[in-house]
Design a binder for this molecule. Structure first.
Ligand SMILES: Cc1ncc(COP(=O)(O)O)c(C=O)c1O
Length: 392
């Protein structure tokens, strides 16, 4: 009796792994989790204080569907100062996390059967979100020598008259690859030529270790018009549980997104929105400190990985993940349907390290580790992986 749309929906791999890790830890088993997709830092104090103040000031009623004016002003200012794009307040909609911002956008744009290009490897939820709203995900093969970043040639090869949108995740989850300005301009040209929207998922934009990060919407006024910039506080301010994300888009789309959101959820919790105002206006230093720490861990992790001959990886310039190519081990273990699931299961059962199988991101030769965890745990986790592989 369930909707036909659910037939092809895969439950979230990452949530499934976290549940298994929690169960093992509760049994007292010493597991190192390198599968986590959220910061190990605490939400900055100023954000928490602002939320408590909002409660005491009874800021607890319904508000605008598109989000608090104060928060949209803070986002508007951030987009101008940090990303070099000027948005009007009514072009910004605050939602329940980036996930919800993306879903609202898909609902606003897609008709049944419309195609959305999703470069591989992709963040786990994109294809499922597209399917849930009746669209068709078109998974795009990309090349390892190009750090799995989509090129205009890759994109043009799959465009049809049903293509409505492309996802560009920058920096990428799972690879941490960052597009250069020139690469983005080339992609933009193709999208303008074929009249395709760009969903620019910039949720990891602050966690970027090169100075070269460019927001697609900043490239030109045409770019701004066809781009829906998605961002939020989950990763940059260690606020995953507060559920605040946003879209910045052209006015027509923003109006549609706000209208959809108004009917479905009204708006995100006002308390979380007040916390986010403080995060954006008062917590710059704490965020920079987190980014410094991620960079230190990235540097240590790649040194440790370089000692494992049978593994290679995409050098990460952003986010807090490393996408590791384990294809040299395909013949060393027994597996039937999926190499990466079997390898990850073995790492969990035998090496006591949790990683995410690459198949979750559309690439079965890989596993993803996260360095959003204590540095000693990270290095011990990689040491255990090395030892496990040496004993194969
Ligand atoms: C690329 C990407 N986009 C969006 C999200 C969702 O973020 P939020 O927690 O704000 O919904 C994630 C979370 O893992 C992500 O990795």
């Amino acid at each position: 009796m369930l909707s036909a749309k659910l037939k092809n929906i895969t439950p979230s791999f990452t949530i499934g792994i976290s549940t298994k890790v929690q169960q093992l830890k509760q049994q007292g088993i010493d597991i190192i989790s390198l599968s986590i997709g959220e910061p190990d830092f605490l939400t900055p104090e100023a954000a928490k204080e602002k939320a408590i103040e909002a409660i005491h000031l009874n800021k607890t009623k319904y508000d605008a569907a598109s989000g608090l004016t104060d928060l949209r002003k803070a986002i508007q200012n951030k987009l101008l100062q940090e990303n070099n794009v000027s948005y009007e307040l009514d072009e910004i909609v605050v939602s329940n996390g980036a996930k919800h911002a993306i879903t609202n956008t898909l609902l606003a744009i897609l008709d049944y059967g419309d195609e959305v290009i999703i470069p591989k490897p992709f963040w786990v939820s994109y294809p499922e979100m597209v399917k849930l709203v009746g669209g068709t995900p078109i998974l795009l093969d990309t090349k390892k020598e190009n750090q799995f970043k989509a090129t205009p040639q890759d994109i043009e090869s799959v465009i049809t008259d049903r293509t409505k949108m492309i996802f560009i995740t920058n920096p990428s989850n799972p690879t941490g690859a960052v597009y250069t300005k020139e690469e983005l301009i080339a992609i933009l040209d193709i999208c303008l030529k074929h009249n395709i929207y760009i969903l620019a998922d910039e949720i990891y934009e602050k966690i970027c270790y090169t100075p070269s990060f460019t927001s697609i919407a900043s490239l030109s006024s045409e770019a701004k018009d066809i781009t829906i910039t998605v961002n939020g506080l989950s990763k940059s301010a260690a606020m995953t549980g507060w559920r605040i994300g946003y879209t910045a888009s052209n006015k027509e789309l923003a109006k549609a997104i706000a209208s959809i959101q108004g009917h479905l959820v009204s708006h995100p919790s006002t308390i979380s929105q007040w916390a986010s105002v403080a995060a954006l206006t008062e917590c710059h230093d704490q965020m920079q400190e987190m980014i410094r720490t991620y960079k230190e861990r990235r540097d240590l992790a790649v040194i440790a990985l370089n000692k494992i001959d049978s593994l290679s990886y995409i050098y990460p310039d952003g986010a807090f993940y490393i996408f590791i190519d384990a294809s040299a081990l395909r013949d060393k273990i027994q597996w039937t349907d999926s190499f990466s699931i079997e390898f990850s299961n073995m790492l969990l059962d035998k090496a006591r390290v949790a990683v995410v199988p690459g198949i979750a991101f559309g690439m079965d030769d890989f596993i993803r580790i996260s360095y959003a965890c204590d540095t000693n745990e990270l290095l011990e986790g990689i040491r255990r992986i090395q030892q496990f592989i040496e004993n194969l």
